[in-house]
Write a protein that binds this ligand. Structure first.
Ligand code: C2E
Ligand code: MG
Ligand code: MG
Ligand code: MG
Length: 291
């Protein structure tokens, strides 16, 4: 079988294995069961503030516990959820769960920013702002603690409509970030027209940053642009200390990646926070614990 287990422990099925497994129709049917039988769960990956050296936020990432296949990567099933429209239901569940978990952490004095990925289909829903407001009200989570991640590709798909929705979300106080920045076919002028708070530099630029002059130039430019616009810059996919030191030198504000931690199930994430402390929670005791 062409199945591979990635370094992050997720099963990833290459194109060839589709034949082994059956077909796209099987995948679709399985995804319907997954929505019905609640086979999804979230994992959380911490984000570190380079200035304070403390955890400042996290990103919620979707996982599918398939009854036979084990844990399936979102890279495989998110596109199918989108094409079938099942993303509406699954996406609403993600929002609900991530907000509930953010509120649970906040109740324990881990007052983190919680990043949630939104798909293009969700962004087309006029009910999204009301849904989010209601969710935050119910869980008593301040709007600015939620950071909605939109990929560059999604934003550029229908820039006019996206901008209107983002302005609305922004006016309600939600934080907004542009994900996988640098990979889409975007006009920079458009990106600057969106009311973003954060730019997430795509992992593909980070991967070769220590040996590639071009990658370094791109990260330097994005970081400078982002800072000039008053935005927070996050580097995704930081795996080594050298990569961390490079992006730090280039003025990137925050890092996310395996160096700090893999995405973790809620309980393990909470244990991670207990060990590392957070920027906004119990600062005195956290600092007191440092040499
Ligand atoms: P993304 O939003 O850019 O998320 C970052 C991805 O990079 C995650 O992959 C994460 O596990 C991975 N990653 C983090 N640090 C490292 C590292 O140091 N090295 C490497 N090699 N990878 C790292 P994941 O969890 O497989 O998610 C893939 C994509 O699926 C996400 O990319 C996002 O676009 C999408 N996705 C995940 N959850 C959701 C969701 O709830 N809703 C929507 N619409 N999309 C989601
Ligand atoms: Mg993301
Ligand atoms: Mg990304
Ligand atoms: Mg990505």
């Amino acid at each position: 079988s062409a199945e591979e287990t990635r370094r992050d422990g997720l099963h990833f099925y290459t194109a060839g294995s589709e034949h082994d497994y059956g077909s796209r129709l099987v995948l679709e049917a399985d995804l319907r069961s997954a929505c019905r039988d609640k086979q999804f769960f979230l994992v959380y990956q911490p984000q570190l503030d380079m200035h304070s050296g403390q955890v400042i936020g996290s990103e919620a990432l979707l996982r599918w516990q398939h009854p036979d296949r084990g844990i399936v990567s979102p890279v495989e099933f998110i596109p199918v959820l989108e094409e079938t429209g099942l993303i509406r239901e699954a996406g609403a569940w993600v929002l609900e769960q991530a907000v509930a978990d953010a509120a649970r952490l906040r109740a324990k004095a881990y007052d983190l920013r919680m990043g949630i990925n939104l798909s293009a289909v969700q962004l087309r829903s006029e009910q999204l702002p009301r849904f989010l407001r209601e969710l935050c009200r119910r869980h008593d989570l301040p709007h600015h603690r939620l950071e909605l991640e939109i990929t560059e590709g999604t934003a550029m798909h229908d820039p006019v409509a996206t901008r209107i929705l983002l302005e609305r979300l922004k006016s309600l106080g939600f934080s907004l970030s542009i994900d996988d920045f640098g990979t889409g076919h975007s006009a920079l002028s458009y990106i600057t027209a969106f009311p973003m708070d954060t730019i997430k530099i795509d992992r593909s630029f980070i991967q070769h940053i220590t040996e590639g002059r071009k990658q370094r130039a791109i990260v330097t430019a994005i970081s400078a642009l982002s800072s000039q616009l008053g935005l927070t810059t996050i580097a995704e996919g930081i795996e080594t200390e050298r990569q961390r030191d490079y992006v730090d030198a280039l003025g990137v504000h925050e890092i996310q990646g395996f160096l700090l931690s893999r995405p973790l199930p809620f309980d393990e994430f909470e244990q991670f926070l207990a060990r590392h402390g957070t920027a906004s929670a119990r600062p005195s005791s956290v600092r007191a614990g440092k040499p």
